[in-house]
Design a protein around this ligand. Structure first.
Ligand SMILES: Cc1cc2nc3c(=O)[nH]c(=O)nc-3n(C[C@H](O)[C@H](O)[C@H](O)COP(=O)(O)OP(=O)(O)OC[C@H]3O[C@@H](n4cnc5c(N)ncnc54)[C@H](O)[C@@H]3O)c2cc1C
Ligand SMILES: NC(=O)c1ccc[n+]([C@@H]2O[C@H](COP(=O)([O-])OP(=O)(O)OC[C@H]3O[C@@H](n4cnc5c(N)ncnc54)[C@H](O)[C@@H]3O)[C@@H](O)[C@H]2O)c1
Length: 471
C-alpha cells in the first residue's frame, strides 16, 4: 500500500507534540493534527495558567505575612486585570515552544483541523485522507461534569474558562478537593476571594496523609473553608450560586468551579467504529501503549492511567522508540513523580507510606526528616514540612515531601528508586550547604546509621585503635 505518511499523530498537546516531534527528528514522514490550540490543555488551560496564577497568589501571600526575618512588607494591592495579564503573558511566552512553526521546522506536517479515524490506517482531516502504517492517538481529556441536580442550568467554571475570568470572584465555591481544587482554592484565597471547597472524601486522596494534613491546616489558617460532603444540588438566583451537599449544608457564593476529575476524549472521532477497545475512562492500552489494534497507539490523558504532562511526554518519547527505532518500550511507573503546587508543596514519588505498608508489611522502614532540622529552612524561617522516605531494607521505594519547593527535591529519588543510585551513595554525597537538598542526604544516611555504627564496624575500630596504641 502506498501511504501518505509514516506516522499520523492526532492531538497537539504534550503527548502528541513529543511523539510527532521525535518521529520527525528521526526522519519519519510525520503528520501532526490539532483541532483546537497547539500545546493542548497544559499550555492553554492547565499547568501554565494555573502555575502563573499561583505565582501571583504567592506574591500576595508573602506581602500579607506578618513581619518575618525582621522585614515587614507593604500590604498587597491585587489588581485582577494584572493577574489576568500575567497568566496570559505566561501562555504567550511559552506558546512558540509548542507552535505549528516550531514543529514544522522539526519536519512535521502540521495540520490544523479535527481528525477522524476512518480506517485501521487512515485518517480524515479537512477533506483530506491521510494514510500511515502507524497512528498515534493523543487526544487528551476534558473536565468531567458530574450529574449534579441543577448544574446544567447555572453558569459554572471549569479549567477551560477559569483563566479567562475578567473579574475576580468574590466568593468562589469549588466542587472537588483534588489537585485542581486545592491549588486554585489557595490561590484565589490568597488573592483576596472568599473560598469554600466541597469534598466528600479525603482531600488530595492520592497523596501522603501527613503532607495533606499539613497543607490543609496551612490553607485553613489562610482562610480557605472546607465543607465535607458531596455536592448534590446547585441553583442560581440574582447572580448568586447556591450549592447544597448530600448532608444538607448550603453554601452561597458568587462563582462556582467544578474540579472533579477528567474525562478521556475517546469518542466521536472514529475509534468506536474501528473496534478499538475503550475502558470506563480511557482508551485501553498495553504497557507499550498499544491499543488492541497493535499499530495504533494511545498516549497521554486519552488512555487509562495517570494524567500529567510529564507522563504524556514520557509516553510520547516511548512511542518514538517504538515507531522510529522499532524498540519495545514498556512504561515503568516505579518512580512516577507528581507535585501539587500549593504552599507548602506536596510532592510524591513511588509509593506512599500506606501503599508501601500494604506491599512490604513489616519489612518496611519509614524515615521522616523535618525541615525544622534543615539549616537552610531555619535561616529562611520556613521550617514547615518534612521528607518521608519509604525503604524496603535499604532500598528506597517511595518518598513524600511537603515543604517549600518540595517538587524540586524529587530528582535524587528517581535515581534511587530506579536503582541508578543507592541510598548509600546518596547518604555519602557532597551536598552544597546550606540547601534544602540536604534533607535527602539526611534521610538516606539515617537508614545506614545502625549498620555503620553497629557491632562489626565498632569491633574493627576498636581493633585498629588497640593496634595504634601498641605500635
Ligand atoms: C488546571 C490544570 C492544571 C494542571 N497542572 C498540571 C501540572 O502542574 N503538572 C502536570 O504534570 N500536569 C498538570 N495538569 C495535567 C496536564 O495538563 C495534562 O496531563 C496534559 O496536558 C495532557 O496532555 P495530552 O497531550 O495527553 O492531552 P491534551 O493536552 O489534552 O492535548 C490533546 C489535544 O488533542 C486535541 N484533539 C482532541 N481530539 C482531536 C481530534 N479528533 N483531532 C485533532 N485534535 C484533537 C485537543 O484539541 C488537544 O489540544 C493540569 C491539568 C489541569 C486541567
Ligand atoms: N500539579 C499537578 O500535577 C496537577 C494540577 C492540576 C491538575 N492535575 C491533573 O488534573 C487532574 C484533574 O484534577 P482534579 O482536581 O479535577 O481531579 P482529582 O481527581 O484530583 O480530584 C477530584 C475530586 O473531586 C471530588 N468529587 C467528585 N465528585 C464530587 C462531588 N459531587 N462533590 C464534591 N466533590 C466531588 C473527588 O472526591 C476528588 O477528590 C488530576 O488528577 C491531575 O492528573 C495535575
Amino acid at each position: 500500500m502506498e501511504y501518505t505518511h509514516d506516522v499520523i499523530v492526532i492531538g497537539g498537546g504534550a503527548a502528541g507534540l513529543t511523539a510527532a516531534g521525535g518521529c520527525a527528528l528521526f526522519g519519519l514522514k510525520t503528520a501532526l493534527i490539532e483541532g483546537h490550540k497547539m500545546g493542548g490543555e497544559c499550555l492553554n488551560n492547565g499547568c501554565v495558567p494555573s502555575k502563573a496564577l499561583i505565582a501571583s497568589a504567592s506574591r500576595a501571600a508573602e506581602a500579607r505575612e506578618a513581619k518575618r526575618a525582621g522585614v515587614q512588607l507593604a500590604a498587597p494591592k491585587v489588581k485582577w486585570s494584572g493577574v489576568h495579564a500575567h497568566i496570559h503573558q505566561a501562555i504567550a511566552d511559552i506558546a512558540p515552544h509548542d507552535s505549528k512553526e516550531r514543529f514544522e521546522e522539526m519536519g512535521c506536517e502540521v495540520i490544523l483541523g479535527w481528525a477522524k479515524v476512518t480506517g485501521p490506517k487512515s485518517v480524515e482531516v479537512d477533506g483530506r485522507t491521510l494514510t500511515a502504517p502507524r497512528i498515534v492517538i493523543a487526544t487528551g481529556s476534558r473536565p468531567s461534569i458530574p450529574p449534579i441536580n441543577g448544574l446544567a442550568d447555572v453558569p459554572y467554571l471549569t479549567n477551560e474558562n477559569l483563566f479567562d475570568l475578567k473579574t475576580q470572584p468574590e466568593h468562589l465555591i469549588i466542587i472537588g478537593g483534588g489537585v485542581i481544587g486545592m491549588e486554585m482554592a489557595q490561590s484565589f484565597c490568597r488573592l483576596g476571594s472568599e473560598v469554600t471547597v466541597i469534598e466528600p472524601g479525603d482531600l488530595m486522596g492520592r497523596d501522603d496523609r501527613d503532607s495533606v494534613s499539613l497543607v490543609t491546616s496551612v490553607m485553613k489558617d489562610e482562610g480557605v473553608r472546607f465543607v465535607s460532603g458531596k455536592a448534590a444540588g446547585v441553583s442560581a438566583d440574582h447572580g448568586m450560586i447556591s450549592v447544597t451537599t448530600d448532608g444538607g449544608k448550603t453554601i452561597n457564593g458568587s462563582h462556582l468551579l467544578v474540579a472533579v476529575g477528567r474525562e478521556a476524549r475517546m469518542k466521536g472521532y472514529g475509534l468506536e467504529a474501528l473496534g478499538i477497545e475503550l475502558g470506563k475512562n480511557g482508551i485501553k492500552v498495553d504497557e507499550r501503549r498499544r491499543t488492541n489494534l497493535k499499530h495504533i497507539y494511545a498516549i497521554g490523558d486519552c488512555r487509562e492511567g495517570p494524567r500529567l504532562t510529564h507522563v504524556s511526554g514520557y509516553e510520547g518519547s516511548n512511542v518514538v522508540l517504538e515507531i522510529a527505532l522499532g524498540l519495545p518500550a514498556k512504561v515503568d511507573w516505579r518512580a512516577l513523580p507528581w507535585c501539587t503546587y500549593t504552599q507548602p508543596e506536596v510532592a510524591q514519588i513511588g509509593l506512599t507510606e500506606s501503599q508501601a505498608r500494604e506491599k512490604y508489611g513489616d519489612s518496611l522502614r519509614v524515615v521522616t526528616e523535618g525541615f525544622d532540622h534543615n539549616e537552610r529552612a531555619i535561616a529562611e524561617g520556613r521550617t514547615k514540612g518534612h521528607c518521608k522516605v519509604m525503604f524496603n531494607g535499604k532500598k528506597v521505594v517511595g518518598a513524600s515531601i511537603c515543604g517549600a519547593n518540595a517538587g524540586e527535591l524529587l530528582l535524587p529519588f528517581t535515581q534511587m528508586i530506579t536503582g541508578k543510585s543507592g541510598s548509600f551513595d546518596m547518604g555519602g554525597a557532597i551536598i552544597a550547604y546550606p540547601t534544602r537538598s540536604e534533607i535527602v542526604k539526611a534521610a538516606a544516611f539515617s537508614v545506614w546509621e545502625p549498620t555503620l555504627f553497629g557491632e562489626w564496624p565498632k569491633k574493627w575500630v576498636a581493633f585498629l585503635a588497640k593496634m595504634r596504641r601498641k605500635f
